[in-house]
Design a protein around this ligand. Structure first.
Ligand code: ASP
Length: 377
């Protein structure tokens, strides 16, 4: 997708006049302000010291509008990123903000293609020194996966902050404006330097490896069960309660194809047979992640099917359907003998995308894969 065209379309829809500078990464607001003589971006007098934040909008409830047919219904992905920003009182005091539209989808439709567009655009913006930080507006259903994907393929000290909302614009309890304000605040804060990708929701700052959605509808929907929030934010302050990482992190290459290899998640349950797993094998999966019971276990029949998968050269990763805790090697399942990998504290959806990235980077040796699961954080 041509980002500039998308931005141009978005601006035309919003009735804005598009200037070349607005399309070259400088503030769309600045262009608009110049046109109208209205100051809507941060103070130009201190522009050199004012952080430049690039908002990349992808859709989700934060871009949604309430559906009049039902008290809790809504349509996600109706509002453009720059209109979201404009709707947040006082946000212009935090940073010079420009907004671009990457997609406008509910995050249940998030795809490898959009992930790659995000990664490329963020790299470009940082390489060209167009921005000091990035905020990504995103649906909450899969925000943890996008955050973890970007965490694994981006190497920059500049912050990348993902944010969503549980209620759409227009809802009585709309949480989008406050969340977006705080996401920009975190992205613009010097305290966020060197911390990589972060997720901000409901006054909390979470790390990408640990955050997960824990509630279907509540405003307090996110938690990091094995680690806790790494920081807190309110309209007046940003506070981290963990130190920034001390050692360099392994970053995986961004594969050339924007279609990651197929890795299936199989959800374990009582009375499970091996048919789903056999189907994944015959259907060409390159990896299978078991969302196992307890510490990543499954029935004898399911484990036998996973043995068949491993013998066929398919990467088998044991994770768990339980919300917290680690899946350790060789506890109830003999991983060494069976040739399985364990996901440790990575939930199934993160173990899946991590396995995809490893395979796409040519890492197929089981020992190296297991090491990578331990090394990333
Ligand atoms: N289905 C929506 C999405 O993930 C839910 C949300 O954003 O809260 O896009």
């Amino acid at each position: 997708m041509n980002i500039k065209t998308v931005v141009q379309d978005a601006m035309l829809i919003a009735g804005l006049v598009v200037s070349a500078s607005a399309l070259n990464g400088t503030s769309a607001w600045a262009a608009d302000a110049a046109q109208n003589g209205t100051m809507i971006a941060a103070k130009t007098t201190s522009a050199a010291a004012t952080p430049r934040i690039l908002v990349l909008a992808t859709g989700g409830t934060i871009s949604g509008t309430a559906d009049p047919r039902s008290a809790i219904g809504y349509n996600s992905g109706n509002v453009l990123g720059q209109d979201l920003v404009r709707g947040v009182p006082g946000i212009e005091k935090l940073a010079n903000i420009s907004a671009e539209q990457i997609s406008n989808v509910g995050s249940q439709d998030m795809s490898d293609k959009i992930w790659f567009q995000l990664a490329h655009r963020i790299r470009e913006a940082f390489d060209r020194n167009e921005a000091d930080g990035v905020v990504i507006t995103h649906g909450t259903d899969t925000v943890e996966e996008t955050a973890f994907f970007l965490h694994n393929v981006l190497r920059s000290d500049k912050p990348v902050v993902l944010v969503g909302s549980m209620r759409p614009g227009g809802a009585t309890s709309a949480d989008g404006p406050g969340n977006l304000y705080e996401a920009v605040e975190v992205a613009a804060s010097p305290k966020s330097q060197g911390r990589g990708v972060l997720v901000v929701m409901n006054d909390q700052i979470h790390g990408p490896r640990w955050i997960t959605k824990t509630n279907t509808t509540a405003v307090q929907a996110f938690a990091s069960p094995n680690a806790g929030a790494i920081g807190y934010v309110d309209p007046a302050s940003v506070r981290f309660v963990t130190p920034p990482p001390q050692s360099a992190r392994n970053v995986l290459g961004l594969p050339t194809s924007d279609q990651l290899p197929r890795v299936e998640i199989v959800y374990a349950h009582s009375n499970m047979d091996g048919r789903q797993i056999d189907h994944a094998i015959s259907d060409g999966a390159k990896g299978i992640v078991l969302a196992g019971e307890g510490d990543g276990d499954a029935s004898k029949e399911a484990l036998a099917a996973l043995d068949r998968a491993a013998k066929n050269g398919i990467i088998v990763v044991r994770s768990t359907r339980v919300m917290s805790g680690f899946v350790n090697r060789n506890v109830e399942v003999d991983d060494d003998r069976r040739g399985f990998v364990v996901s440790l504290d990575m939930n199934p959806q993160k173990a899946r995308l991590f396995t995809q990235l490893l395979i796409a980077n040519g890492v197929t040796d089981l020992g190296k894969i297991q090491q990578a699961f331990s090394d990333t954080w």
